[in-house]
Design a protein around this ligand. Structure first.
Ligand code: OMP
Length: 231
């Protein structure tokens, strides 16, 4: 079912708003908890989502020295979430330490490496971060680094997903934020594609937030996106 491929982020600042959003959209089976909500509520939101039998993407984007990343992954794996993020740019030793750290968990999460945030443009990557590679090539290299370190998949923009799929193979999980239906605003996202284009390009999951959660009628927006993907 294509709608199981859509992950909706709970980008709100408190538990009450998060619960209200989950209850407003009972059709959504996969929710993402990011920094804003986790810093505010800790594990309370995860307990609620588990109780509701939802799948959970815990998006804390760890980026630190190997020992600290390993400890953070070990702590996060106690929540038995489905997906957990860290930055590929933490480097090979940190990525390998993360893989090793979650191995002892009863139900380890799948680890996803952030390649290049979807808010970045090629210009920002070159001029602000001084990265000499073209953006798609750099995203690919970050995915390869993650895969070679034993990480289960990557987060990338839909604009890079077909290339990553081709190189990393069908078993490497590819999750794409930066997804915008033609009728939604891009906001702070730079490298966007429509939901249908992203699925066709090879994404396993799409992360779609504001086009649904900030819509006047979130249920209608969700259904419109599901219909667009299915037809
Ligand atoms: O890891 C992520 O989920 C993520 C990575 C990335 O490169 N870009 C990105 O937008 N995200 C997240 O995906 C969600 C996108 O939300 P919308 O822009 O509202 O659709 C946000 O929760 C971001 O934190």
């Amino acid at each position: 079912m294509t709608k199981n491929k859509i992950i909706v982020p709970l980008d709100v600042s408190n538990l009450a708003d998060a619960i209200a959003l989950v209850e407003k959209l009972p059709q959504v089976s996969f929710w993402k908890v990011g920094l804003e909500l986790f810093v505010a509520t800790g594990s309370d939101i995860l307990k609620f989502l588990k109780y509701q039998q939802k799948q959970i993407f815990l998006d804390l984007k760890f980026h630190d020295i190997p020992n600290t990343v390993a400890g953070a992954c070990r702590s996060a794996s106690q929540y038995e979430v489905d997906l957990l993020t860290l930055h590929a740019t933490a480097g090979k030793k940190a990525l390998q330490a993360a893989v090793e750290a979650i191995n002892t968990a009863e139900k380890p999460p799948k680890l996803l490496a952030i390649t290049v945030l979807t808010s970045f443009s090629s210009r920002e990557l070159a001029f602000d971060l001084k990265i000499p590679l073209e953006l798609p090539e750099y995203a690919l290299q970050m995915a390869i680094l993650a895969q070679e370190s034993g990480i289960d998949g990557a987060v990338c923009s839909p604009q890079e997903v077909s290339q990553l799929r081709e190189v990393c193979g069908k078993d490497f999980l590819l999750v794409c934020p930066g997804v915008r239906p033609s009728w939604a605003k891009a906001g702070d996202q730079s490298r966007v594609m429509t939901p249908l284009e992203a699925i066709k390009a090879g994404a396993d999951y799409l992360v779609i937030g504001r086009p649904i959660t900030a819509a006047e009628n979130p249920v209608e927006a969700w259904e419109r996106i599901c219909t667009e993907i299915e037809t």
